[in-house]
Design a protein. Structure first.
Length: 545
């Protein structure tokens, strides 16, 4: 590996843009823009050997190091104490003007997010999901300029992750929010991070300039102050063909998981790129399945479990693996949790026999179930028509492949492509019948299983009393074995209910120019901090033309 070098402009492709960058008002999707400017309380240790952790998913708190919070402790079951790092300064931009970060800044942001102080009484609707599910805070108090004390109303096994790793615990500038009422205008964005946002031309580009006063040093090269690049530019390129062409020509330094999800998802695309540009570096990974489908169980016909089973039985996952992914996918059926999380996920061979059978390709059996459910073929051969709401970051070709399988059993589906903000709104409001979704996660099982209790991430509009009670049982558990036992039951129950269709876990590929140094395929540094890796990369001048 070359020694780190300073300077240059790093350019990557951005597939989509958020409608709002205020996480409290619009959720964490704004991280696509604010991630290099604003910071969280903790971060993963970039110096960790990659054979111990590949940075594809966030590590548990035991493997997390401090960022804005230097350390934390739990003196009793209802109390957490955050020690806020000293020597951190806000960027030298009005109205912060380089002042020191304080515990009061952290207090203000928690108050606003959870609706428990500083004039805020309403909890953000976007923290009713993931790691925040079921987590309530009684109070957050800055007891001095460097200490924040957090009180819980009752013991909660998920509270620590929500507090120190929550993807929406982003520290916005209090002065901006007090003056403007929100943090939605990019021109007002000011943080403590390695870059300042200097331009955002919608539909064209986003530009960041180096923060010369950034406080942090490189975890791998402790003598080096971050960041290395003088400037970072994101070129907005929604179409795969556009950013692949830009990579070929050298216009881009990077496409991939850490850059607006501009990964290559088609094996044919990758092989074509490698034929023309064999010098490019390729980093394959499989973070999760982005090929699942959520079904709105509150609307017909998906309120009938027989219909949901039939939709799954119509899919030939093995054929998809061999034909579409050329044998590179994982076609073993999985629920919300990756089968490699053996503490929580039940192996497919141990699923109940009737459940396993529904994951076997059986179009005749699917048609029989649809007949039984009262959806016979009409004179035109169609049983019913539906729509699948598709998000552009996912593979449209795969979604169209699913539609061809459903068409074979008389289900006619049409794709409705919605931009990111509209896709999130449709999911949050339950305004869909079918919707592209994720599964087989390698991250926090509790955070993922909490989706079916959320108001913003519930990809099947689930409202299930048993599920809610079991999740509360998990939160009240005091031992890891008890917690995992409850999570295991939740996972299996969600599979048995067929709330979501399982897809093959297909490979994705990040691709870089040969002169990009310091990168090894990493995807994330915090729950919402995938872009922070860019502050730790540099150009090898001996290779860059």
């Amino acid at each position: 590996i070359s020694a780190p070098e300073y300077g240059g402009t790093f350019t990557y492709a951005l597939k989509e843009e958020p409608g709002d960058i205020d996480a409290v008002l619009a959720g964490g999707w704004g991280s696509i823009i604010y991630n290099l400017v604003l910071e969280n309380l903790t971060i993963q240790d970039w110096s960790t050997p990659r054979d111990e952790h590949d940075f594809a998913v966030a590590l548990p708190p035991t493997h997390t190091i401090g960022l804005l919070a230097e350390s934390w402790s739990q003196p009793d079951p209802l109390t957490y104490v955050l020690n806020i790092r000293q020597g951190v300064r806000w960027q030298d931009k009005a109205p912060m003007n380089g002042r020191a970060l304080t515990a009061e800044d952290v207090e203000f942001n928690f108050h606003r997010l959870f609706g428990i102080g500083s004039g805020y009484t309403e909890r953000s609707e976007f923290i009713n999901a993931g790691e925040y599910t079921g987590v309530e805070l009684e109070s957050v108090t800055a007891t001095d300029s460097s200490t924040v004390v957090i009180k819980l109303p009752a013991p909660n096994s998920g509270a620590l992750v929500a507090i120190i790793q929550g993807g929406m615990n982003i520290i916005y500038a209090p002065e901006v929010i007090r003056a403007k009422g929100n943090a939605s205008d990019w021109r007002d964005l000011v943080g403590t991070g390695p870059y300042t946002l200097t331009d955002w031309t919608k539909g064209s580009s986003v530009t960041y300039d180096k923060n010369p006063d950034y406080w942090r040093f490189d975890e791998k090269f402790p003598e080096n102050r971050l960041p290395y690049f003088d400037q970072i530019r994101a070129l907005v390129m929604p179409e795969v063909a556009t950013y692949v062409s830009a990579l070929r020509s050298g216009q881009l330094d990077y496409i991939g998981a850490a850059g607006g999800t501009t990964t290559l998802r088609g094996v044919d695309q990758l092989e074509s790129l490698q034929r023309t540009n064999p010098e490019l570096k390729v980093y394959p990974f499989a973070l999760r399945s982005d090929q699942d489908v959520g079904m709105n169980i509150k609307v017909k016909p998906f309120d009938d479990i027989r219909v949901r089973k039939a939709m799954q039985m119509a899919l030939n996952l093995d054929e998809i693996d061999q034909g579409y992914y050329k044998g590179l996918a994982d076609a073993i059926p999985q629920g919300q949790i990756s089968r490699f999380n053996t503490a929580v996920a039940t192996p497919f061979e141990d699923w109940p026999a009737d459940v396993r059978k529904a994951f076997e390709y059986d179009p005749a059996g699917a048609e029989a179930l649809l007949d039984e459910a009262g959806y016979p073929r009409g004179a035109d051969g169609v049983r019913f028509e539906t729509e699948i709401v598709h998000q552009p970051r996912y593979d449209l070709n795969y979604t169209e492949l699913l539609i061809s399988y459903w068409d074979a059993i008389g289900v006619k589906a049409e794709v409705v492509i919605l931009p990111l903000a509209e896709h999130v709104a449709a999911r949050t409001q339950g305004d869909y019948e079918l919707i592209t979704a994720e599964g087989a996660y390698k991250g926090s099982a509790a955070a993922i299983l909490g989706k079916f209790l959320s108001t913003s991430w519930n990809t099947s509009e689930v409202d299930d009393e048993w599920y809610r009670a079991k999740f509360e049982e998990y939160q009240a558990a005091t031992t890891l074995d008890e917690q995992n036992a409850a999570l295991r039951e939740l996972e299996m129950y969600s599979i048995e209910q067929f709330w979501q269709l399982a897809g093959a876990v297909g490979p994705e590929f990040s691709v870089t120019q040969p002169w990009l140094a310091g990168y090894n395929g990493e995807s994330t540094l915090t729950k919402s901090g995938q872009y922070l890796a860019f502050a730790r990369l540099w150009f090898d001048s001996s290779l860059k033309p």
